[in-house]
Design a protein around this ligand. Structure first.
Ligand SMILES: *Cc1c(COP(=O)(O)O)cnc(C)c1O
Length: 460
């Protein structure tokens, strides 16, 4: 390899943990040469870089550990897989195989679940935008529907009239579980009386019947006690409904929000120290249930955990494609994956490992993505040895939200592979090419390139 001359700079090296890079400056960066038993070299040789890699074993293991934590504490538990967290077909199919229902928040997700063959009785429809036709299809399919706002009540009543039947529904609640931020935009507010008003409004219509309660209090919730407060309030409200309208509460859907093992930016602790275990969440939820429920009444507990299930199963392999020095002397790298593929980098600090050992002094560095945008920064406080072009970095945990929120901006989306439990590698989403991007575009014939060049030459 040809070595290039680089002007020397004097850079003060920061060492140890007690500096402004706390939490991310580990002097000896982890080296990760394989994912789920498959060598990174091999993966890149066959599927290129960047590359999303999922571990089926990790996904199943994670799901089962969450499921077991709850099913060993309460007899009537169901899981809804939050499609928006990751709706790659293979990921959804694995979780459906494990027994999860589909938890959907839009028409597009509804279409996806139907295309995957999921029957209506295995679908939960949440979300603030449920087009009329989707709602009607959902009612016909026997989907569990949780109402977000008053207009949906009207739509469902119109559908009930059309189908000449009483439709069982759930309603979404927002409530104060003692955490910040307190989400108030989904469903009806409990404390203000809005939720009870909605119940009375539904009762007066005579076309719907409320038999379930839903509430999703937030995401990355670090406090198990918040769920205990949520459950307590939901159950109490369920009994209020029963008293007032005679409707029995069949399910209590507590949404998602359990954290994954990724670090939120601004948190200065090691992951392991901070994260409560899934058992602590299950204890909080189930203890609160047992304390609040009347004897002999065990409504279904629905859990819609997203990130906690899939985040750790996903890894992104990227490569250094350029090295530079910033004017202030800071070492910087350009890699082939940025916020286009790592949307969650806006609030996560990723775990970034080297795919091969690299020697040389570590220095604080910045990692930029490939976008022509100033905000395309993957990590701005990372300590790295000198990396050369082609060096691979292994970024985890990236399984949650990145493959749904990824941006189609100046780059193609790359291959996504799944490593099976027996160590085989399966392509679950092929890299895009130009045809994927332009399939929906129409170029009016008058703007065809030939005509354009003709104009240009005549003008010249
Ligand atoms: C996003 C979402 C989830 C999953 O949330 P996580 O924080 O990823 O666990 C669950 N339920 C609803 C209604 C959601 O909108």
């Amino acid at each position: 390899m040809q070595t290039q001359y680089e002007k020397p700079v004097i850079q003060k090296l920061h060492s140890g943990l007690m500096n402004k890079f706390a939490g991310s400056t580990l002097l000896h960066r982890k080296v990760k040469t394989e994912i789920a038993g498959v060598a990174i070299d091999e993966l890149v040789a066959q599927y290129g870089s960047p590359l999303f890699v999922y571990s089926e074993q990790m996904l199943r293991r994670k799901f089962r550990s969450i499921r077991n934590a709850f099913t060993t504490r309460y007899p009537n538990v169901t899981f809804g897989w939050s499609y928006k967290t990751n709706y790659l077909k293979a990921i959804c199919a694995i979780l459906h195989q494990e027994g999860a229902m589909a938890e959907l928040v839009s028409k597009m997700e509804y279409d996806k679940a139907k295309a995957l063959g999921i029957p209506g009785n295995q679908i939960i429809l949440n979300g603030p935008h449920k087009p009329f036709a989707t709602l009607e299809a959902a009612v016909r399919d026997g989907v569990t529907i949780n109402i977000d706002h008053l207009d949906e009540i009207e739509d469902l009543e119109a559908i009930a009239t059309r189908l000449q039947k009483i439709i069982p529904v759930g309603i979404r609640l927002n409530l104060d579980a003692g955490i910040q931020p307190c989400w108030s935009r989904f469903g009806f507010n409990l404390e203000s009386g809005q939720a009870m008003d909605a119940i009375r409004r539904i009762a007066s219509g005579g076309k719907l019947q409320v038999n379930g309660l839903h509430s999703h209090i937030g995401t990355f919730i670090m406090e198990p006690a918040a769920y205990a407060r949520q459950v307590e309030k939901m159950v109490a409200f369920g009994y209020e409904i029963e008293q007032e309208c005679g409707w029995r509460m069949d399910y209590i859907d507590i949404g998602g929000g359990f954290p994954s093992r990724s670090r939120l930016k601004g948190s200065y602790h090691a992951v392991d120290v901070m994260l409560p275990s899934i058992e602590e969440y299950a204890d909080a939820v189930c203890d609160a249930l047992w304390a609040a429920l009347k004897p002999e009444h065990t409504p279904q507990l629905i859990i819609e955990s997203g990130r906690a299930v899939v985040d750790e199963a996903g890894t992104l392999i990227t490569s250094v494609c350029g090295t530079k020095r910033l004017p202030d002397g800071t070492r910087a790298y350009v890699i082939d994956a940025g916020v286009n593929l790592l949307f969650t980098s806006f609030w996560y600090r990723f775990d970034i490992a080297l795919a091969q050992p690299v020697s040389g002094p570590y220095e604080p560095s910045v990692i930029y993505g490939p976008l022509c945008m100033n905000i395309d920064v993957v990590d701005d406080k990372i300590s790295l040895p000198p990396l050369s072009r082609g060096t691979q970095l292994v970024i985890s945990t990236v399984g949650a939200y990145n493959n749904t929120q990824w941006l189609q901006f100046i780059e193609y989306r790359p291959n996504v592979v799944l490593i099976t439990e027996t160590g085989d590698v399966e392509l679950i989403r092929a890299a895009e090419d130009l045809s994927d991007l332009e399939r929906r575009e129409h170029l009016p014939p008058r703007l065809a390139t030939n005509a354009m060049f003709h104009d240009l030459t005549t003008k010249l």
